[in-house]
Design a protein around this ligand. Structure first.
Ligand SMILES: Nc1ncnc2c1ncn2[C@@H]1O[C@H](COP(=O)(O)OP(=O)(O)OP(=O)(O)O)[C@@H](O)[C@H]1O
Ligand SMILES: [Mg+2]
Length: 278
């Protein structure tokens, strides 16, 4: 491991980049346990940012606070949606966070296993359609047009994640790696400007991980969706992230570029280990 100075306190973000998510001093207590302790993090348009750290560091809890599963005990979660007003979203319900334009996947896959692949993606799209119960019963021309639009958009998304030939298969019949890609398609169906992925490569074989790596970069570059990624696969993290934040015991212990993080003594000690080849 090369001898380097500890990384800079903050990695400057180019001024031309618009901040989409700004989290300041986020704190989450569960009784006496402080799972997240004053963590701050920014994500800009066009970025892939990773959040890494040992098991139990507080990464998923951080996601849960940002996406409305938990109301944080302290700190601020600010979103700056493209061309819309800034909003403080502490305590917003998950569906409201999704409607604003932040979508997520889960560490433990949460698909509707007995529904088809296409139907799973269509459920994601629901927050962008206006069909109400009256429309659903009478199925007027607007409803029918919207339904067809939804189907077309969802097929298109399945094409993008490489699952279109499985559209009519039950989700439960897909291999594990494909289920993870289906979760990503469902999240993309909500039309997000930011996608939060919680361990998308967990349980994948090396080929699936490589394909995932390319998919995430494509989503960011082609679909213009910024990515915040929790991941333990360091090869994937170091390959695709522009910036990395590191947590340990609820606290942020470092942030910087992959090169900064790889050579940061604190991170090596807490997480990467001396023999990392990431
Ligand atoms: N709902 C909860 N109630 C009480 N404690 C919780 C709750 N959710 C998480 N914790 C605790 O908060 C800490 C952080 O957990 P979290 O799941 O956020 O870690 P993580 O960094 O995502 O770990 P991993 O890499 O294993 O997924 C752990 O000690 C965990 O037991
Ligand atoms: Mg986790």
């Amino acid at each position: 491991m090369p001898e380097t100075q500890p990384i800079l306190e903050t990695t400057p973000i180019p001024e031309t980049r618009k901040i989409l998510l700004e989290v300041k001093d986020l704190t989450m207590d569960f009784g006496g346990l402080r799972a997240v302790d004053a963590v701050s993090l920014n994500i800009c348009a066009g970025e892939i940012v990773a959040l890494i750290g040992p098991n139990g560091a507080g990464k998923t809890t951080f996601f849960n606070c940002v996406t409305g599963i938990y109301k944080p005990t302290g700190g601020d979660v600010l979103v700056h949606p493209p061309e819309k007003k800034t909003q403080k979203i502490n305590g917003f319900k998950p569906n409201r966070v999704t409607t604003i334009g932040m979508a997520r996947t889960f560490q433990n896959i949460r698909l509707f296993q007995n529904m088809t692949v296409l139907e799973n993606v269509m459920i994601g799209r629901h927050c962008r359609t206006t069909t109400n119960i009256v429309g659903a019963i009478f199925r007027g021309s607007t409803t029918k047009r919207q339904e067809q639009e939804t189907i077309d958009i969802c097929y298109d998304l399945l094409e993008k994640v490489g699952l279109v030939e499985f559209a009519d298969e039950f989700a439960k019949n897909l291999p594990y790696g494909a289920q993870r890609r289906l979760e990503i398609a469902r999240a993309m169906a909500t039309d997000p400007f930011l996608l939060l992925l919680d361990e998308p490569a967990a349980g994948m074989n090396p080929q699936e991980t490589k394909a995932l790596d390319e998919l995430i970069v494509r989503i960011c570059n082609t679909e213009q969706i910024a990515i915040l990624l929790i991941e333990h696969d360091m090869k994937l993290v170091m390959n695709i992230s522009q910036r990395i934040y590191v947590m340990e015991y609820g606290k942020e212990i470092a942030q910087g570029t992959p090169a900064d993080i790889r050579s940061n003594p604190k991170v090596i000690e807490a997480y990467l280990g001396e023999d990392t080849d990431a």
